[in-house]
Design a protein. Structure first.
Length: 219
């Protein structure tokens, strides 16, 4: 196995539990339009860009909107989402994440962010994590969303690291597919039964050390 030189992290659901705020805000949008959005349906939205998510939700509700109305509804959703995010503090960083990133830094492994979110920098700033990332590839930079590999290939290029020396941490099916399409190792954050294409799956960083990562991939 090649040496691990860079780790690329998804944001929502990996660094911080913002997935619940996305769900609340999307559900509110669906309710405003007269239908509900289940948690199961919401699962399909993980890792997917804002406007693509809106299209999926409108299809679920069988609602058609003009392009102008789509933009307006998406903007309202984003305002609500950000209001919820502003309640967060650095303590909302998911358990073990800060310690794991500190371990990577001490081992001179490069750290990057690969997120579909256009709010990535605002959220990282909110939880005081901006300074950890040598590069941030977010929804403002990519032209192709996950499962396309673009987001992680851009991240590895920024870090001057080859895909085979890069590991991606992802909680979304589309994100794991993006990592694999980029030719990278994928650590799924969540459940094995959902993230079937990941190389390994862990529930989170609480009990996951750099030594575990090296043991999994460098033996
Ligand atoms: C991803 C989330 O990280 O970002 C998706 O998993 C979200 O749920 C997407 O839709 C876009 O986020 P934002 O913040 O730009 O609306
Ligand atoms: Mg995610």
């Amino acid at each position: 196995m090649p040496a691990i030189k860079a780790c690329l992290f998804d944001l929502d659901g990996v660094i911080v539990d913002t997935a619940r705020f996305h769900y609340i805000a999307w559900r509110q949008l669906a309710n405003d339009l007269g239908f509900d959005l289940s948690e199961e349906e919401n699962e399909k939205l993980k890792g997917i860009s804002r406007m693509e998510s809106l299209e999926i939700i409108l299809a679920i509700g069988g609602v058609e909107l003009s392009e102008e109305e789509k933009s307006e509804r998406a903007a309202v959703k984003n305002t609500r989402y950000l209001e919820l995010c502003m309640q967060m503090t650095p303590d909302d960083t998911l358990p073990g994440v800060r310690r794991f990133l500190d371990e990577l830094k001490s081992a001179s492994i490069k750290i990057g962010l690969g997120s579909a979110s256009k709010n990535a920098k605002v959220i990282l700033d909110r939880i005081d994590m901006l300074s950890y990332f040598e590069t941030i590839v977010d929804g403002n930079r990519v032209t192709k969303g996950k499962p396309d590999p673009q987001v992680f290939l851009m991240g590895a290029a920024d870090l001057q690291t080859l895909p085979e020396n890069s590991v991606v941490f992802e909680d979304a099916v589309a994100g794991v597919q993006s990592a694999k399409a980029a030719g990278m190792l994928a650590v799924g954050i969540g459940e094995k039964s959902v993230l079937t294409e990941a190389d390994i799956v862990v529930p989170g960083f609480r009990d996951f050390q750099l030594a575990d990562l090296l043991e999994a991939f460098e033996k």
